[in-house]
Design a protein around this ligand. Structure first.
Ligand code: HEC
Length: 173
């Protein structure tokens, strides 16, 4: 009995790692038409300096930030994560603007803001009204062990977005 209990505890502890741990694709869906309908607001080398990010915002996000509002329900932000081209030493090759030359699309991160999430989407799994999910380029769920909420939650003053200033500057143009 004791061993059985132990096994159950171990199974429970391991289980979350086996499923897609980072994000909630049940609630935050892949915005299949983002390449056509969203606006690209920035292209940057990621903070880890090993990847490139292309950033897109939907119309609700653009309209909201244009009016100076944060926490815009209906806002969706997409981050395409690219593997850069590498030189013989394995270092990413910067283009003339300093942004690495792109090799291939590795993943698509999604943040969606809703004031009306259904109750099944617990507050602990969100950052304010933002939900998270990570997808493969084909729109299938990308298994990962990232804690999306943990990294984004401290950024409350900038609507929980790392690239907030870039987006706000973009919409002002
Ligand atoms: C280790 C900290 C960390 C974790 C964990 C993390 N992020 Fe982020 N996220 C960042 C940083 C930093 C940026 C800005 C771009 C960059 O440098 O990578 C960012 C940017 C983003 C953006 C673009 C909007 C913005 O905030 O600028 C999206 C969308 C995003 N992340 C989604 C996710 C999803 C989905 C997950 C979980 C699967 C996740 N993030 C987990 C640190 C994190």
């Amino acid at each position: 009995m004791k061993n059985l209990l132990k096994a159950a505890v171990v199974a429970f502890a391991i289980a979350p790692v086996c499923v897609s741990a980072g994000g909630d694709p049940d609630h935050v869906k892949f915005p299949a038409d983002y390449a056509k309908t969203f606006t690209q607001y920035a292209t940057i080398n990621r903070g880890n300096q090993t990847q490139v990010a292309k950033l897109y915002a939907n119309d609700a996000a653009i309209a909201g930030y244009k009016q100076g509002n944060q926490d815009n329900s209906g806002a969706v932000i997409v981050m395409e994560i690219y593997t850069p081209k590498k030189d013989a030493e394995g270092k990413p090759i910067p283009g003339s603007d300093g942004v690495f030359e792109i090799d291939s699309l590795a993943a698509v991160g999604v943040m969606e803001n809703r004031s009306d999430w259904d109750a099944a989407f617990s507050k602990e799994s969100r950052t304010g009204n933002w939900g998270f999910a990570l997808y493969n380029p084909d729109g299938s769920v990308k298994s990962n062990e990232l804690n999306c909420v943990q990294c984004h939650t401290p950024l409350q003053s900038q609507d929980y977005l790392f690239t907030y200033q870039k987006l706000v500057d973009f919409v002002k143009k």
